[in-house]
Write a protein that binds this ligand. Structure first.
Ligand code: 9UX
Length: 72
């Protein structure tokens, strides 16, 4: 099964920031779709929660230098 999580992202200042987060997320096993919007500071991630949890997604983003928190 798939679920969708929306995250608030802090620390992005240019489109390379949003692109690098988006490509990092897309490489994660269990992530089906990931979009990152610089203007709204939001990510929308379709993922299988049995393979990767939103907490792990937040940790992955943290590891590449950005702060993330769950919106919904
Ligand atoms: Mo743009 Mo983001 O020069 O870490 S890549 S600020």
């Amino acid at each position: 099964s798939m679920t969708v999580c929306r995250l608030r992202l802090k620390g992005m200042t240019c489109t390379s920031c949003s692109s690098s987060i988006e490509s990092a997320l897309k490489k994660v096993r269990g992530v089906k779709r990931a979009t990152v919007a610089l203007a709204t500071e939001e990510a929308e991630i379709h993922h299988d929660p049995k393979l990767v949890t939103y907490v792990q997604l937040i940790e992955i983003i943290d590891d590449i230098g950005f702060e993330a928190e769950l919106i919904s």
